[in-house]
Design a protein around this ligand. Structure first.
Ligand SMILES: NC(=O)c1ccc[n+]([C@@H]2O[C@H](COP(=O)([O-])OP(=O)(O)OC[C@H]3O[C@@H](n4cnc5c(N)ncnc54)[C@H](O)[C@@H]3O)[C@@H](O)[C@H]2O)c1
Length: 289
């Protein structure tokens, strides 16, 4: 497939590298002064593509015959609207156009695209050639064909795309930035230094997260335990820690998590789960220490 990546900076380089390594014919678009450096960095990324990525400063040339165009210019609404309009004007009507935006509203960006049923978000994570997850989000008018095709291309390239509903910041950035805000609050309050806070994250919850997300971790801790902790934190820190109604309802219904056989997920054997979990944590620790 012919792919054009518009904006060959931090993200565009990684996206170009991963799609070229999957056998696609990739052209990147950037300013003439930036292109040589971008192409050199793409060539040095792993895994090495079977054929080299090409580059041009001429957007229309690059996107005219592309079946998929990925926009990865800086996070500026006006800039992205202009670039998406130019892409849309220069591609065939069937070409799929994906934005790598981190936070801009998709429906607003979609206004720049003619035939918006082919427009969606494919939100990669840095470094794009290494991090498996890609959030795929549809704007209101995005067609199923565009979603299916992007999911197929990403999966075939070794990525693990995850569909999310379009919302500002999607999911990963909302989580990441919420953690960052609280981390910074701890530092500002003089509770800990940035280096020690990073150590707390790496050596506690960070050991779990490659294997278990927040819902699985909550189920393993016990939702009754979470409710108790949140009650105390709420008193001290205010509404951002208020016990969610859903947690109260689940606790009252006996869905306490793994130990009760059900929480957010169902559990046949909590003891077996604990044995598997501990083995996974030891492997993770072995891989990072
Ligand atoms: N950096 C990250 O960790 C990260 C992660 C996920 C998503 N994103 C998103 O990816 C997008 C790109 O971010 P980045 O970090 O790669 O930015 P960057 O500044 O590293 O790269 C952007 C590139 O776009 C080029 N560019 C600017 N205007 C252009 C135009 N009109 N035509 C062609 N190229 C143009 C720039 O010269 C630059 O090389 C943003 O929307 C950002 O929010 C970034």
């Amino acid at each position: 497939m012919r792919v054009a990546v518009v904006g060959a900076g931090t993200m565009g380089q990684g996206i170009a590298a991963v799609l070229a390594a999957a056998g696609h014919e990739v052209t990147v678009v950037d300013t003439a002064d930036r292109l040589p450096g971008s192409l050199a960095r793409i060539a040095s990324r792993q895994p090495a593509p079977p054929s080299p990525v090409s580059g041009t400063p001429e957007l229309a040339d690059a996107v005219a015959s592309a079946a998929l165009v990925i926009e990865a210019v800086p996070e500026d609404l006006g800039l992205k609207l202009g670039v998406l309009a130019a892409i849309s004007a220069a591609t065939g009507p069937d070409a799929i156009i994906a934005t790598n935006t981190s936070s801009l509203p998709l429906d607003r960006l979609a206004t720049a695209v003619v035939h918006p049923e082919r427009f969606l978000a494919a939100h990669f994570f840095h470094p794009a050639e290494t991090i498996p997850g890609v959030e795929v989000a549809r704007a209101e008018q995005t067609g199923q064909h565009a979603v299916d095709e992007v999911l197929r291309v990403l999966s075939a390239a070794g990525k693990e795309p995850i569909e999310v509903a379009a919302c500002v910041g999607f999911v990963a950035n909302r989580l990441q930035l919420a953690l960052f805000q609280e981390a910074l609050a701890c530092v500002e309050e003089g509770v800990i230094t940035p280096a020690d806070l990073d150590a707390v994250v790496r050596r506690t919850m960070g050991v779990r997260l490659p294997a278990y997300g927040p819902f699985a971790v909550a189920d393993m801790a016990g939702l009754d335990v979470y409710r108790s902790i949140l009650t105390v934190l709420h008193e001290q820190y205010g509404d951002r820690f208020a016990v969610p109604e859903r947690i109260t309802a689940m606790v009252e219904a006996g869905r306490l998590g793994a130990k009760a056989g059900a929480g957010f997920f169902e559990y046949a054997d909590a003891d077996q789960l604990a044995v598997r979990r501990d083995a996974v944590y030891r492997r993770i620790l072995g891989a990072v220490t």
